[in-house]
Write a protein that binds this ligand. Sequence first.
Ligand SMILES: Nc1nc2c(ncn2[C@@H]2O[C@H](COP(=O)(O)OP(=O)(O)OP(=O)(O)O)[C@@H](O)[C@H]2O)c(=O)[nH]1
Ligand SMILES: [Mg+2]
Length: 348
Amino acid sequence: MNDRGCFSGKIAQGFSFGAAVSSNSPVLGPAAEAVDNSPKKNVEWGLLDSPWRNVDFTEENREVLMHYIASYKPSCESVSEARVLLLGPVGAGKSSFISSVHSVFSGRVTNRAMVGTSGTSFTQKLRTFTIQGRGESGDQPTGLVLCDVMGLGEGEMSGLTLHDALAVIRGHTPEGHKVHMRERQPMLESSTQNQNKFSPEQPVRPETVGYVKKPSAKEKVHCVAFVVDATKIESHTKGMASTFRQLREHISDLGVHQVALLTHVDQVCQATAGDITKVYRSQLLKKTMERAAVLLGMSMSYIVPVKNYSSELDVDGNIDTLLLCAVKHILQYVDLYFKDNLEAKVVL
Ligand SMILES: Nc1nc2c(ncn2[C@@H]2O[C@H](COP(=O)(O)OP(=O)(O)OP(=O)(O)O)[C@@H](O)[C@H]2O)c(=O)[nH]1
Ligand SMILES: [Mg+2]
């Protein structure tokens, strides 16, 4: 961490990233420190006077966002749940995002999606999670399903392949058997048995057990959310940029919109780590998002920052709000998919 309170890079004299901070590095102090909001400190931290995007971090807005998501229904008669696939490099925070969103709605930090710390992808199978949050007690399933899958590798021979990623998006990939899908419990893994692991040697194909030959609209993925770790943007090779480019080309051909989540923002900017409401005031994070946009080959407007629950024991209203904003952002592109591809439901 440098004396500007940031973990890497310089802000004033030309932006440059230092060695990427490992996602396993301890989060340095700010959360534990009292946050100094003085103008002098803001300059030291490289904080803009006003945010470059406006987020309402009030408790009321958190409630509004929760209600929006809890009552969300896809605008298509034949589809009751929006399926969103999280795609990104190993350790980017895909499973953490799912767990974090679940934590927001359950009011306590949980590790539902099995978050890992290994160098190879911790998540090995396609797993789908229905977010709960509807109803009086908030324990009914919402219309949002988040799909977790193994991490992308730098090339075709490691991690999830392009072929398998597209098979998931097209809805061919078995999630256990259909009967399991119907019997799926909210926030429970829908495929625990007889499930082939993703492997470059064994691509998903018609012979794969449980292969869905003619996926219906509800079995397809309706939006892809790329997940990238803010501390690793600079350390990704050209191979990863090319993986993203190929994925984006093919996914766009399928008419599926893509957004991106920039995770680990707390490990890039100390001020933001101490107070997540500063996320859009951090010049370093703005630069990091610009770099992420280049890596992903997408406009900044598709990218939103999040801080996943990682070391916290309790949920925090402001962290919740940023996570909920990310979910709303995703759902807007899900809606666009239904608008573009399927018959819109008549709203009376
Ligand atoms: N500080 C911090 N840590 C995070 C954040 N998101 C994820 N992590 C940590 O990063 C590590 C990897 O997170 P995972 O959610 O397992 O990443 P993944 O993308 O699912 O990884 P694979 O399944 O291995 O591909 C875990 O130790 C998480 O606690 C974040 O926003 N901030
Ligand atoms: Mg994972």
